[in-house]
Design a binder for this molecule. Structure first.
Ligand SMILES: [Zn+2]
Length: 321
């Protein structure tokens, strides 16, 4: 039935009047928490489920190029208030159901990064999937907030039946003992985490070629800079497309307005900046929808241009897929 003025009033008239006596209400406890973060989006025949792991504060000290006045202007433009510990960014994983395969693209932090994160596996279960059903995990890169859900504390694979997909440049970087020895001590832990999380998959590892499809309709895109082998996925199905761009943007609130700002975790900040500018220009020019692990959840949207800056236009939340 199409709802219009006539049908609306006809439906209202059918309501019983007996219930109009003064109602009483019981006080209910406040929930003080969200339910699991889950959102689905279709791209052609692919069904993609965004799974929220939680939120991470990014303080100004972690952003290279940060300028307080420019940050305040960016926040004001978006009607956002400054957060006490820095900009809160989500950590999201995307689960792609191709119809033939279940592919996890990144998998959250597990419980390794504090109480504001760690929801990935709970969200996966709440979305109706078990980790055992996942055929493939594609890691956009080997940082903890993207691969923390790979290994259990005892070092076993949480995705017991999945192969792991990374790239040779990413794998060689994190498994290179000389590079590990050369970085400051407080960065050595990044290497140890990458190795601990990925070791259970060493026998089921695919080092994928960039520019090629890993499964039909899913191309691995080379997006170096944030890490040496940082990748995105370009999905194409039945005339629709989506670029899952990993960590091209960390802080939605700040980096579209200031795309030259880089993040302290970039392995090569200059290259990361150049890659970001190139990708932003490409998705604007070609009007490609994007999704990102740190874009405001669920992270599906388009990029618009404003002079030399950009803006993120989130897709509206749809009840019907
Ligand atoms: Zn990240």
């Amino acid at each position: 039935m199409t709802l219009n003025r006539r049908t609306f009033f006809a439906a209202s008239a059918a309501l019983p009047l007996a219930g109009l006596a003064k109602p009483t209400f019981a006080a209910a406890d406040k929930a003080e928490a969200q339910v699991n973060g889950i959102y689905r989006q279709k791209v052609g025949k692919f069904e993609i489920t965004a799974l929220l792991d939680g939120h991470l504060p990014i303080g100004p000290e972690l952003i290279n190029g940060y300028d307080e006045a420019k940050a305040a202007a960016a926040l004001a433009r978006q009607h956002r208030k400054p957060e006490p510990n820095g900009t809160l960014i989500p950590v999201t994983g995307y689960l792609i159901n191709t119809g033939d395969k279940l592919i996890a693209v990144d998998c959250g932090t597990n419980d390794a990064m504090g109480p504001t994160l760690g929801g990935y596996h709970g969200a996966l279960a709440a979305a109706g999937y078990s980790a055992d059903q996942v055929d493939m995990v594609i890691a956009t890169h080997l940082h903890l907030d993207h691969i923390g859900g790979l290994a259990a504390k005892d070092g076993t694979a949480r995705f017991a039946n999945a192969e792991l997909v990374s790239t040779a440049s990413e794998w060689d970087f994190w498994y290179n003992d000389e590079i590990r020895a050369s970085v400051p001590d407080n960065f050595k832990g990044f290497f140890d985490i990458a190795r601990f999380q990925t070791t259970p998959y060493a026998e089921k590892l695919t080092l994928a070629k960039t520019g090629a499809e890993i499964v039909p309709g899913i191309e691995i895109v080379d997006l170096p800079g944030h890490t040496p082998g940082h990748i995105g996925l370009h999905l194409r199905s039945e005339g629709e497309e989506l670029l899952i761009w990993g960590d091209i943007v960390h802080a939605t609130a700040l980096q579209f307005d200031n795309p030259d700002w880089t993040i302290a975790f970039d392995t090569d900040a200059e290259q990361a900046r150049a890659t970001r500018l190139k990708v932003l220009d490409m998705v604007v020019t070609d009007n490609v929808p994007v999704a990102g692990m740190h874009l405001d959840f669920p992270g599906f949207g388009y990029v618009g241009k404003m002079g030399s800056a950009y803006r993120f236009d989130p897709m509206p939340w749809r009840y019907v897929l």
